[in-house]
Design a protein around this ligand. Sequence first.
Ligand code: 5GP
Length: 345
Amino acid sequence: MRIEYEVKLGFKDVMIRPKRSTLKSRAMVDLNRTYLFRHAQKTWTGTPVIAANMDTVGTFAMAEELSRYGLLTAVHKHYTMDEWSRFLENRKAAIFNHIMVSSGTSDEDFSKLKEILRCHPGIEFICIDVANGYTEYFVDFVKKARQTFPDKVIAAGNVVTGEMVEELVLAGADMIKVGIGPGSVCTTRVKTGVGYPQLSAIIECADAAHGLKGLIIADGGCTCPGDVAKAFGAGADFVMLGGMFAGHDECGGEVMDINGDRCVEFYGMSSSTAMEKYSGGVAEYRASEGKTVIVPYRGGVESTVQDILGGIRSTCTYVGAAKLKELAKRTTFIRTAEQENRTFR
Ligand code: 5GP
């Protein structure tokens, strides 16, 4: 046994220090980024925020709406081939640049991934997603995916430490998904004791990835636009959101009336709700590592997108970053013991 004494930080442990700025208004801030992907050797331009590949977030309706703002959606892996075909029928370019096809690492997942990309070769992004990206099997799967799809952009995760980021980049991933345990409906830290505070994970993993011309997706733990800005400030290239996009029309859940309040169900993809829906229950050898919650119904996602992007633009004006690209360079985090004033919460 060993103990690391260096303090690791989450979003709640820091604030961004304001800096002298020449920017007059947040309207002057450009949130688009252009990235070149190391293996796929392709460039992409857009606003690097991604809706998570959860079946109550990463839906086709979400992809449709978010693509209008240049955001990405990691479409969940439970759509059928027919549903994919119907969604992509008669489409030309724009949507293909803003969706990721998600896959697990089973043989069945891989066959379906191949089939989706065979039928819809215009799709550029693959998101290989497992709860624990530390296994040799996972690294081999990423290698296999890279050999099979040499020119697709591959995101793979989740991990939280630099050495595993490097291994996955070298195995063929263009982007590494970072986050174990910070998610809004995740119970991994409770069930297993495993995890890593997300801000430190982002800082350390971004450093490792960028050294190899890889990119990272900060996945999980953002509770407000300020957290998204902190993730970018810490060096994230993309930020993936689940809970912040939950509860909207585009999520597809049934709107319920609970004591006069309109609500929607939201659950983790390893929750017993999801496992019962897709795998016929929680297997005997494992515990569910996700929870099911009821969240307020929030209408269309458009106003939430504007709230998030408006927040990041404002962060940029506070530190003098005319472009999102400059935010990390201009960020100084200060360690804090306070955040929001909650008198009227
Ligand atoms: P959020 O933005 O809601 O804080 O985090 C979203 C992320 O939580 C997802 O992208 C995914 O990585 C993670 N996640 C989703 N469902 C589960 C789950 O059931 N268990 C765990 N451990 N993580 C989950």
